[in-house]
Design a protein around this ligand. Structure first.
Ligand SMILES: [Zn+2]
Length: 293
């Protein structure tokens, strides 16, 4: 369980959802979840590696409907960097993961961003932002040049004019997207059976994607960063250190978890350790996560 997730696929009627790894990170678990400090991890050690760090997956979800190829989030890009004492990240495999599915960048019809943190926008252009190169490396164009690029209006506005090591780099991400973005909102259908669901808090314009099987109504939700680790299924009050509005993020997480306790909906959580697909089981004493499908 303490490995980053590998490529995995779930079928939902005539649509497939595939996790495409870009790379991985490892983070200091108490720094990542401030409310977990002072022993919170004592009963969740199975998610930590031998050094006591939390391994996190990084990648994209490919949604293939009968006539569309949609990529949800764009990983970190080709990077290898450390935030001393806090985290380290290594990535750059997204296009190889895509090729393993038989697709080239030109085959992607639509890119949807759940939000614009740096680990979700890395392949926007040919320049992969890192904290050291922030605002210093201009990009020529978009990696997925023929695709529509979709983000929520609140998200685009939140980062416009900013330059942050955890946000979208102005030259590598915001610049190339300018004039190419389409703004989307809660409830909007972006491909057949694929709808936007606003899930604000982690960032102001954060959104998830709900994919519904048109024949039997089964659902899969690509969560984005509503949760960063399986432990938050049980410890839903544990906010992530970079939640822009921790209270709203907590409300969104709790609301979704209550809705999902029936275990019928498949969840896709791109930072989870080991498996990115799973379901929420109803509380016996506490909620628990069922990995795999
Ligand atoms: Zn993230």
């Amino acid at each position: 369980m303490t490995q980053p997730a590998t490529r995995a696929q779930v079928e939902l009627g005539d649509t497939t959802v595939t996790f495409l790894p870009d790379g991985y990170g490892r983070v200091d678990p108490e720094a990542a979840f401030p409310l977990s400090a002072n022993g919170g991890w004592a009963t969740h050690g199975e998610f930590l590696d031998a050094d006591g760090w939390l391994p996190v997956s990084v990648g994209s979800f490919l949604v293939r409907t009968p006539d569309q190829a949609v990529l949800v989030d764009l990983g970190l890009g080709v990077v290898d960097f450390e935030v001393p004492g806090m985290a380290s990240f290594k990535a750059g495999a997204l296009l190889d993961s895509l090729a393993a599915e038989g697709l080239r960048p030109a085959d992607i019809d639509t890119v949807v961003f759940t939000h614009l943190h740096h680990d979700h926008v890395g392949w926007t252009s040919e320049v992969a932002p890192t904290p050291e190169t922030l605002g210093r490396r201009p990009a020529q164009g978009l990696t997925f040049a023929s695709a529509r690029h979709l983000v929520s209006e609140a998200e685009w506005k939140h980062w416009s004019g900013t330059s942050s090591p955890i946000g979208p780099d102005p030259l590598a991400v915001q610049g190339p997207l300018e004039g190419r973005l389409e703004l989307v909102s809660d409830g909007q259908e972006v491909a057949a059976g694929v709808k936007i669901m606003a899930t604000p808090g982690h960032t102001p314009g954060h959104q998830s994607l709900v994919i519904t099987d048109r024949r039997d109504g089964r659902r899969l939700i690509i969560l984005g960063d509503v949760m960063h680790c399986q432990v938050q299924v049980a410890e839903s009050e544990w906010g992530f250190v970079f939640d822009v509005d921790a209270e709203q993020a907590g409300e969104t997480r709790e609301r979704l978890l209550r809705e999902l306790e029936s275990g019928e909906t498949i969840l896709a959580a791109g930072h989870f350790t080991g498996h990115v697909f799973g379901r929420v089981l109803p509380p016996v004493a506490r909620r628990a996560w069922a990995g795999g499908r």
